[in-house]
Design a protein around this ligand. Structure first.
Ligand SMILES: [Zn+2]
Length: 222
């Protein structure tokens, strides 16, 4: 989190990755030797291979340059990105060290890109399950949380309403039947919020339960 834990240095606006022996890689308040002696060995060819517990296959949260969550990758990929200068480490896995022939450094848990990239427009599949996740399992008219929510076409199908993220919301059976084949305006009902295509963050959050607790602040979960 702190700038001091950043493994990158900025030189005249250029984004440069620090080498692993840069002192900034040191664990805050804990020496490398105290970290779990496990992780990755790097052969002469520079190819990292997991040696213990597949640490390099653990998930890492990738943040955009503006700290917006972008996606997930493996520790292995995060290290490559960092060593190439494309990303900086902002959080590390506590107690997990990655070792190379000559260095050891904490395994990254969250990395941040050095340059802003336009978030890829991944097509989150439009289906009932993903609508429920987007709407947080709440009726978008009265706010009730129910197990048996229905899917409502805001602009009814009979009136040309399409199956789109913007036109579908979760609704409790009561609100759905009250609205009937009318628009919310006609039915005198108000949506809690304007439905949108879900942000990637909603889906990254699903992984956060099994991910590192260090991710939570970046996913706005606390
Ligand atoms: Zn309702």
């Amino acid at each position: 989190m702190e700038a001091s834990s950043s493994p990158t240095i900025s030189t005249g606006g250029q984004f440069v990755a620090a080498t692993p022996d840069n002192s900034q890689w040191a664990l805050t308040g804990r020496s490398i030797s105290q970290a779990t002696p496990a992780g990755m060995t790097e052969g002469p060819g520079g190819t990292a291979s997991p040696s213990n517990g597949n640490i390099t296959n653990r998930r890492v949260l990738i943040l955009n340059q503006n700290y917006e969550p972008l996606s997930l990758c493996t520790v292995r990929r995060a290290i490559v990105m960092t060593l190439r200068g494309a990303a900086e480490v902002v959080e590390t896995h506590t107690f997990l060290a990655v070792r190379t022939v000559s260095h050891a450094f904490p395994a990254p848990s969250v990395v941040r890109l050095g340059q802003y990239i336009r978030p890829p427009t991944r097509n989150v599949i439009l289906n009932r399950k993903n609508l429920l996740i987007r709407d947080n399992y709440r009726c978008q008219y009265c706010g009730v949380k129910l197990a048996n929510l229905t899917i409502d076409h805001i602009r009814p199908r009979q009136k040309g309403g399409e199956d789109t993220w913007e036109n579908l919301v979760c609704a409790c059976p009561r609100c759905n039947s009250m609205k009937g084949d009318r628009t919310p305006e006609r039915a005198g009902m108000k949506l809690l919020s304007r439905p949108r295509r879900p942000h990637q963050i909603n889906f990254i959050r699903q992984f956060a339960a099994n991910g590192d607790p260090a991710w939570r602040p970046y996913l706005f979960m606390e």
